[in-house]
Design a protein around this ligand. Structure first.
Ligand code: DGY
Length: 320
């Protein structure tokens, strides 16, 4: 009997590929373009495992076309690209990559917070455009950080890591979540548990760390933006559709909130055109986990999940 075969849907860091290749036949999409649903179905047929990215939609049609599949190992902590119910029906394990990207993602969230508050990208564009004619006392005022309140929606690993960074900057922390966190997690950063309404009303900066679920679709929409302070900033490094992007664009244009930092978008790689024309939004192209070490660890973790399942064990990082 030949080795089991694993489909890797896009080029990933070599660490994970080498580990997979030492155990299995690897079918790698070396082109690094996302497969169309049809291509993905064709390539997945006959495979024992697939390593997917968040750009791959894993649905009932795909799972039905790949009856020998035993695991879908997502190289991401988020898994909203995977139909978990269909995977369960097809007896296919699903795994993700929690933990290894916590610090990189929290770093980027805090970077966006600072960049939005201090108008970093706007200043950079201004200099490059040759518009800077000299120092002005009234130019480029931004928002203070020290002494301000950071609201965190979703106080899991990443939310707590953002809170740790914020304490170093002298911020006060409030958070909301489906459940109140353990006392030691709150005490570590002096965080206060509040309801969503209070979070919106009291945050000077609001950072989103909720997973994307039907219940978090447009978690921040027009009514929530209207409930925020006019001086507040919104930061999103979770999933784009957690925010109603069109409503956000109009809130930013109308001065309903002061600014935003976004790493994720509702219809990536498209961004609503109104946002592109606004100076009070700082944007990055979904790069929160994009550091050499983090992406290498993600690829290794996904490969380890494949190895576990194809050796007859449960996945190390199961998603249920
Ligand atoms: C994730 O892992 O879910 C991020 O969005 C990409 O690293």
């Amino acid at each position: 009997m030949g080795k089991p075969t694993v489909l890797v849907t896009r080029r990933i860091p070599q660490d994970g590929l080498d580990l997979l290749a030492s155990h299995f036949e690897v079918d790698l999409n070396a082109d690094d373009h996302p497969y169309s649903p049809e291509e993905l179905r064709q390539r997945a047929a006959g495979k024992d495992a697939i390593m997917t990215l968040l750009t791959d939609k894993v649905d009932a049609a795909l799972l039905g076309a790949a009856p020998s599949l035993k695991i879908v190992a997502n190289v991401a902590v988020g898994y909203d690209n995977i139909d978990l119910e269909a995977a369960r029906r097809h007896n296919v394990h699903v795994s993700n990559t929690p933990g290894v990207l916590t610090d990189a993602t929290a770093d980027l969230a805090f970077t966006l917070l600072l960049a939005a508050a201090r108008r970093i990208c706007e200043g950079d564009r201004y200099i490059r455009a040759g518009e800077w004619k000299g120092w002005q006392i009234m130019g480029f005022h931004g928002g203070d950080i020290a002494g301000r309140t950071l609201g965190i929606a979703g106080f899991g690993r990443i939310g707590q890591a953002v809170a740790r960074r914020a304490t170093g900057f002298g911020m006060h922390i409030i958070y909301t979540d489906a459940q109140r966190a353990a006392t030691n997690a709150e005490d570590a950063v002096g965080a206060r548990f509040v309801d969503k309404e209070t979070l919106l009303a009291q945050s000077d900066y609001l950072s989103l760390h909720v997973p994307y679920l039907p219940s978090t679709h447009h978690y921040i929409g027009a009514p929530e933006l209207a409930a925020m302070k006019k001086t507040a900033y919104l930061v999103n490094t979770s999933r784009g559709a957690v925010v109603d992007e069109a409503a956000l664009a109009s809130a930013l244009r109308e001065g309903q909130i002061r600014g935003a930092g976004l790493d994720v978008f509702e219809r990536e790689p498209q961004v609503v055109p109104e946002l592109l024309g606004l100076d009070n939004v700082t944007m990055t192209p979904h790069i929160a986990s994009a550091t050499d070490e983090t992406r290498a660890k993600m690829s290794l973790m996904a490969a380890e999940n494949v190895i576990a399942v194809l050796s007859g064990n449960p996945p190390l990082n199961p998603v249920t």
